[in-house]
Design a protein around this ligand. Structure first.
Ligand code: ZN
Ligand code: ZN
Ligand code: ZN
Length: 139
């Protein structure tokens, strides 16, 4: 009987690990100081910020199928919904632009170098280098 319980516990633990590796519950976190974005289930370690040694994480939301790009801090996140505008590392609020659904194609902007995965040519709005992005298929 005791053995059965152990086996069940093991099976349950394996199931949990499988779920985790499939990315359930992943969120995008951005450091308010160095602007780096990391995907994790909970706030990542504070160690290693290039600004002053310790990151200050801000949760941007659940990882999802839409590209959101901030033209101020130049990050692009694949998020489920528009991230909060709070705390852009460049000062003030983020300025998010919806660039298109995540898909199998890769596009890069000739002007700012942004490289994203979409279903179709991304929205040209909001190139941080001025005016519109100039997309070309990079793969
Ligand atoms: Zn940092
Ligand atoms: Zn920003
Ligand atoms: Zn651009």
């Amino acid at each position: 009987m005791k053995r059965t319980i152990t086996l069940l516990t093991l099976a349950f633990a394996a199931m949990l690990m499988l779920t985790a590796s499939q990315g359930a519950g992943l969120k995008n976190y951005q450091c308010k100081k160095c602007a780096i974005v990391v995907r994790a289930e909970q706030a990542p370690s504070a160690l290693g910020c290039r600004v002053d040694g310790s990151h200050q994480w801000q949760e941007l939301g659940a990882v999802g199928m839409m590209n959101y790009h901030c033209m101020k801090c130049r990050v692009n996140v694949e998020n489920r919904y528009e991230p909060s505008p709070k705390s852009c590392p460049n000062g003030g609020d983020h300025q998010w632009n919806k660039l298109g659904k995540v898909g199998p194609l890769r596009f890069q902007c000739r002007k700012c170098g942004l490289d994203i995965r979409t279903e179709d040519t991304p929205n040209p709005i909001g190139c941080p280098n001025g005016g519109n992005h100039q997309w070309y298929k990079s793969h």
